[in-house]
Design a protein around this ligand. Structure first.
Ligand SMILES: Nc1ncnc2c1ncn2[C@@H]1O[C@H](COP(=O)(O)OP(=O)(O)OP(=O)(O)O)[C@@H](O)[C@H]1O
Length: 714
């Protein structure tokens, strides 16, 4: 595909590739691997490789770019265009998550798509059916079984089966291996092993028709299919080039899909990753694939380094070097600012005020708000931040999560207030009215089926005055007597209230009467989700209490806040996003609030992954990183201390000076505006044709005078 001596045919837009990048761009090895630090241009260099392939005649639809998450897919799509591949061309490149790719291939094999079930709540009925089959079917060994059907057990089961499948640990055993032995070898309780087998039996359905697929199931099913029926490899599209980003997320199932793709002749593969960005080990992600699995399979694979980060300057590079205890460097002649701000201990409103102060400072320097991102460890943290932003009149946009006023648990409380004030009609948006009705049904644990739910949503959204009578009537359908009694009590309490009752105290009373935290634990399969919901609710009640408003005033304030949050500006807003969704992205200014023990690192999660997640979010910053932590040093996240900010500062300063001294102005190529009729003329004068970007250009270093009449900007 490429030859060792030939120069690059693809010239990117806006920067000159380094020698290291060029080696990868021109690599002619079947398997090329890149292991490099955050911001060291992995995605960009994969995009360069794609551009080079197109410049050499590979059709864009013969190129596959594989990633693991929708966010990473977005970043890859963006980079392809940024480096200069025209949108019309890049849109034809197959940029897919593994799961999406597997779904498409399975559809080609099976001729139909299995129902996708994406949430733990949607999978719960199938998990319950499976455990029922275990308790009935294995009565003979019942004394070894430990049957539990509460939400925590289901959540643990769903995580466990995902891991078993991601690591392909359910593969066939010798017939004489007993069930107990198999469970022991997998280091899981026998019940969990049997539960997974039954669950898979239900999922795989009868008559070879898969009934449903949960998260990651398509990847697993395709890996099994390729293993069990080698001929199904023929269903894989024939690509000429496959690039894989974020390969640190590889697990056994996705690796096997890559293996099958790589068995296709004439296919080149270039993959990149950073072992310190592994945050999905619960899904079987493992650095061993990058470390040696590729090389074991393809001894001819080569590894190329990308040694410098291009996202930020030496200050942040050295802080990350100290944090991760690995070499990190930057050749950028810029001082990435690392600001620290502190808040009164446990005062999250003060923390949010510090975030606002950091944004105001940025704005006062005439820097664009949309280049600013507040990255949260968890979504419950957005309550204080959103309020502070609204209060300061700073527009914001949430990504990958709803603004807090639109979340189920808060919509439920808004519904209860609407019942008290009989003012659902005051909620401007019909969509929000519908969502409020749905949340009342969910937290009221009313057993609506999809049809009933739809009917209720539409009827009440159109005629909000019937909310009270409808809701009281439907409560009779609540699943448990206890829940029905509690919520009826809360509704009667609300209906007796006057509009001038204090909102904070009333909402607290509603939560106590219903025992909302227990309801959340019943409703949310994942205990972490239930905990986040409880924290959101507490945050909301705190807002009401601190406002000192009565019910009517608070309801009006929510209406105004709703309108503020939904105002859509194309510019002049800051971004609010959860840490896990920020992978692969970059922002001029990253603000990390709530850096205290228990929040970040979260104590409910694996500490190594928390550390990797912190590394991921801190390295999203290009020009400025603001760290917001408690005044009390003992309560601060230990991650800040590990950045050794004070001791790395002078070395970083010296590196910026030295980078400045070495910086040279690199002459870049000049794009021309040439009509079809003039093409032979410019060619004769020495202009080059860029097949990827479909533009004539003068190579860097050539005399541009003869081309003056075709300059794009005179
Ligand atoms: N040769 C170069 N000169 C200057 N800037 C570059 C060069 N190559 C890439 N960059 C810039 O470096 C930044 C980081 O690149 P990229 O996102 O590809 O890194 P990455 O290694 O994939 O990051 P991560 O793993 O942290 O997501 C981008 O802003 C990109 O435009």
């Amino acid at each position: 595909m490429t030859s060792k001596t030939s120069p690059a045919r693809f010239v990117p837009h806006g920067f000159v590739p380094t020698v290291e990048q060029q080696k990868i761009q021109l690599s002619q090895h079947r398997v090329t691997l890149i292991e490099a630090n955050a911001g060291a241009a992995k995605t960009t260099t994969l995009a360069l490789r794609v551009g080079e392939a197109i410049a050499r005649g590979v059709k864009p639809e013969q190129i596959l770019a594989l990633v693991f998450t929708p966010e990473a897919r977005e970043v890859m799509e963006k980079r392809l265009v940024e480096i200069g591949i025209p949108y019309s061309t890049s849109a034809q490149i197959h940029v897919r998550t593994f799961e999406q790719f597997a779904t498409e291939v399975l559809k080609a094999i099976e001729g139909a798509s299995a129902t996708p079930l994406t949430t733990a709540n949607a999978l719960k009925p199938h998990a319950l059916a499976a455990i029922e089959q275990v308790s009935e079917g294995y009565a003979g060994i019942a004394e070894f079984l430990d049957i539990n059907t509460h939400n925590i057990a289901i959540s643990q089961f769903l995580d466990g089966q995902l891991r078993l499948k991601a690591t392909m640990a359910l593969e066939r055993w010798d017939d004489d291996t007993s069930l107990q032995e198999k469970a022991e070898r997998l280091s899981i309780p026998l019940t969990d092993y049997l539960w997974t087998l039954e669950y898979e039996r239900i999922r795989q359905g009868n008559f070879e028709e898969v009934l449903f697929r949960g998260p990651f199931d398509a990847t697993y099913d395709l890996a099994c299919q390729l293993h069990d029926f080698p001929d199904s490899k023929n269903a894989l599209p024939h690509y000429r080039l496959v690039v894989g980003d974020e390969l640190h997320d590889l697990n056994e199932a996705s690796f096997r899909i890559l293996e099958a793709l790589l068995a296709i002749d004439e296919l080149y593969f270039v993959g990149a990753g950073d072992k310190d960005q592994v945050i999905y080990s619960s899904h079987g992600a493992d650095e061993s694939y990058l470390n040696h699995r590729f090389t074991d399979l393809y001894p001819g694979s080569v590894r190329y380094p990308l040694t410098m980060t291009y996202r930020h300057g030496p200050h942040l590079a050295y802080a990350m070097e100290a944090f991760k205890q690995k070499p990190v460097d930057s050749s950028l002649p810029v001082s990435t600012v690392i600001d620290q701000r502190h808040y009164h201990d446990r005062d999250h409103d003060d923390c949010a005020a510090q975030a606002v102060a950091a944004i105001k400072k940025w704005k006062s320097e005439k820097l664009p708000l949309e280049a600013c991102a507040i990255l949260l460890r968890d979504r419950h943290q957005s309550v204080a931040i959103e309020n502070a932003l609204m209060h300061a009149g700073i527009a914001y946009r949430t990504q990958g999560m709803q603004g807090y006023l639109q979340r189920e648990e808060i919509l439920f409380l808004r519904g209860m207030m609407a019942i008290a004030l009989k003012n659902l009609s005051a909620v401007q948006s019909e969509g929000v009215r519908k969502a409020i009705v749905e949340s009342l049904a969910i937290f009221g644990e009313i057993g609506f089926n999809a049809h009933d739910m739809n009917f209720a949503r539409n009827a009440i959204a159109q005629d909000p005055d019937i909310l009270n009578s409808f809701f009281s009537g439907q409560l009779q359908r609540s699943r448990s007597d206890k829940a029905r009694a509690r919520i009826s009590d809360a509704v009667s309490y609300m209906e007796t209230l006057l509009a001038d009752a204090p909102a904070g105290a009333v909402l607290q009373e509603v939560c106590d009467r219903i025992d909302l935290e227990a309801v959340a634990r019943r409703i949310y399969v994942n205990p972490h989700d239930a905990a986040v919901v409880a924290k959101s609710v507490q945050g909301f009640i705190e807002v009401a209490r601190k406002s000192a408003m009565n019910l009517r005033e608070f309801s009006e304030w929510i209406g105004a806040a709703d309108a503020f949050a939904s105002s859509r500006k194309s510019k002049g807003f800051v971004l609010l996003e959860c840490a896990v969704n920020a992978k692969g992205k970059e922002f001029d200014h990253v603000i990390l609030p709530f850096l205290e023990t228990g929040e970040f690192p979260s104590l409910l999660r694996d500490i190594k992954e928390e550390e990797n997640l912190f590394y991921v979010v801190a390295t999203r910053a290009k020009a400025r990183l603001t760290l917001i932590s408690p005044q009390d040093e003992a309560r601060r996240s230990p991650f800040i201390g590990r950045m050794e900010l004070a001791s790395t500062r002078s070395r970083a300063h010296a590196a910026v000076q030295s980078n400045l001294a070495q910086a040279t102005v690199v002459p870049s190529r000049l794009d021309l505006s040439v009509s079809y009729a003039d093409k032979d003329l410019v060619k004769a004068l020495g202009a080059q044709w860029d097949a990827t970007r479909k533009v004539w250009y003068v190579k860097a270093g050539l005399d541009t005078k003869p081309f003056e009449q075709w300059f794009r900007e005179k």
